[in-house]
Design a protein around this ligand. Structure first.
Ligand code: MCA
Length: 511
């Protein structure tokens, strides 16, 4: 049974049970499984009337809200492709995604209307933009009110496992971001493996504190709970005190976070006074979990974090066990249905246990390819079909994997990926920047922070403020350099390539 079929079954089975609760400062909206199905069906009717057909892209540049969930599910149920986008993208970045994806519809918050309408030539490559006031759901319900659930109730839930249903943009070491196409089969394989590994139950209560526009918050957390017929309490944004209070008051059983979130949780005043004995699972992912944080979390809350490893292109790959040793510094063993091997990077020959090499993976969870990028898709896989993760690690003799770094230039800040090249390209656009290099430096709060090292053009007076203002106009907040260093020269190798590792060594002090 596919994820969407399972969800539909859950909606008929658990009719009166709460599927979602959205918590606002001014109140809570609860949605039963029956209401979730009805609203999804109405939304499907609305989308169909807007001309959405199989394979069309529907872009969701919305803050965390219930209409996001309805639109996402309805789009996939119609056989179309859900395209979640970070609501913080400035016009420049957004415009690229829309052009590349050629979305039929864009849903955006009314607050970004001025940004979008200021785009030269209007919103690119989108048939229609629908603005929603996401402060209240009434707007959305008014939009779909003309559509009866019966209108789409007879439509078959998509069966084709190879059809793309979700597109997530990921950046890379070169070129512009690429849309990773995930299929119904991928989503199903991913969620089935996690259901089994983490033993999701219908009586689980997930506290959802992550953004919805990424694989972690969407596929691992939200889909996990819906697939199990469990209840999800969604907080619109992460606030550590509110999260701990809700966790206790609502007797939640599952919480998922990134290390930057877990660090904020342990640093909350009187953290250890919160009784989390009813919580059965707290996971950590999207970034390496530092050993000291792993240990401090246990001493603060009496809970051992479960670290797992995944990527946007693959969903979840490796996880520490629900029962058994959650090994510090290790991401655990491959999830059911996922094959993992460590290879020598140049020859791609498998390496014996204990040897460090590139992590390569296979399984029904691995994405179909990059949207309209056959060369990049081909380059991402070995000739015999293994996906090259770009991460470096080793396998212990008992099957546990440990990640040791990355073979590509990637900065992970607070669980978000930042590629130096995308920041360097923006810096190069500034008239007073002669050359630049972007690196990640360790940071005790964010894991890593983005650091820009810049050679200003002679005869210009370049300030850090000017660089920050420039970057903010073109980049989403977490990509904006948090440290800016002006230099007269940059270290280069004999081929003229900037030596980022040398800069890192010289300029980054350990946290
Ligand atoms: C916010 N800021 C950041 C970041 N987030 N700076 C660097 N890195 C970040 N990640 C900056 C803002 O620009 C702002 O700066 C200031 O910090 C405060 O912003 P605010 O939004 O209030 O921060 P926050 O609410 O404390 O957010 C921190 C956070 C958030 C909750 C840790 O970053 C977050 O939700 N991270 C999770 C990311 C995630 O879901 N990743 C999954 C990717 P200023 O004041 O100067 O404007 S999926 C994935 O990686 C794979 C598949 C996997 O395995 O999961």
């Amino acid at each position: 049974m596919t994820f969407l079929q399972r969800l539909r079954t859950n909606c008929s089975k658990y009719t009166a049970k709460t599927a979602l609760e959205f918590v606002r400062d001014d109140g809570v909206t609860a949605v039963t499984y029956q209401q979730l199905e009805d609203t999804t069906l109405r939304t499907m009717g609305y989308l169909r009337a807007k001309g959405v057909r199989e394979g069309d892209r529907v872009a969701l540049q919305l803050p965390k809200c219930l209409p996001f969930v309805y639109l996402h599910l309805a789009t996939m149920r119609l056989g179309a492709i859900s395209l979640p986008l970070n609501p913080g993208y400035p016009a420049h970045e957004l415009s690229y995604f829309l052009q590349d994806a050629e979305a039929r519809l864009l849903f955006a918050d009314t607050e970004i209307r001025p940004t979008l309408t200021a785009l030269p030539g209007g919103v690119p490559a989108v048939d229609e933009t629908v603005f929603l006031d996401t402060h209240s759901d009434e707007w959305f319900h008014a939009l779909i009110a003309g559509h009866n659930p019966a209108e789409c109730a007879g439509l078959a839930v998509p069966q084709d496992l190879t059809a793309t249903c979700l597109m997530i943009y990921t950046s890379g070491t070169t070129g512009r971001p690429k849309g990773a196409e995930l299929t119904h089969g991928n989503l199903t394989a991913n969620i089935t493996a996690l259901h089994q590994a983490w033993q999701w139950q219908a009586d689980d209560v997930l506290l959802h504190i992550l953004p919805l526009f990424h694989v972690h918050g969407l596929l691992v957390a939200l889909h996990g709970a819906l697939n199990a017929g469990a209840m999800t309490i969604l907080l619109p944004r992460f606030d550590p005190e509110k999260a701990l209070q809700t966790l206790c008051a609502r007797k939640c059983t599952i919480l998922m976070g990134v290390p930057a979130i877990h660090r904020r949780l342990i640093n909350t005043p009187d953290a250890s006074a919160y009784d989390l004995s009813h919580v059965r699972l707290i996971t950590s992912g999207s970034d390496r979990l530092p050993d000291d944080l792993f240990r401090k979390f246990t001493t603060t809350f009496g809970h051992v974090l479960l670290e797992r490893y995944g990527m946007s292109e693959t969903g979840m790959l490796i996880s520490n066990p629900l029962h058994g040793e959650r090994r510090v510094g290790s991401v655990g063993r491959p999830l059911p249905g996922v094959a993992v091997r460590i290879v020598q990077p140049e020859t791609e020959e498998p390496l014996p246990d204990g040897h460090i090499g590139e992590v390569q993976v296979r399984g029904d969870n691995i994405f179909k390819g990059y949207w309209r990028q056959p060369e990049k898709t081909a380059a991402a896989f070995t000739p015999d079909g293994w996906f090259r993760t770009g991460d470096v690690g080793l396998r212990e003799p008992d099957g546990y994997f440990t990640l040791k770094g990355r073979s590509r230039d990637l900065i992970i800040s607070g669980g978000y990926n930042v590629y130096p090249s995308e920041v360097e390209l923006v810096l190069a656009e500034h008239p007073a920047v002669q050359a630049s290099a972007v690196i990640g430096c360790p940071d005790s709060d964010w894991g890593e922070i983005v650091v820009a090292i810049i050679i200003p053009h002679p005869q210009t007076h370049l300030t850090r403020e000017a660089i920050t203002t420039h970057c903010r106009a073109y980049l989403v907040n977490y990509k904006v350099p948090r440290r800016i260093i002006f230099v007269e020269d940059l270290p280069r190798n004999s081929l003229g390539k900037i030596q980022r590792a040398k800069l890192q060594h010289e300029l980054c002090s350990q946290p």
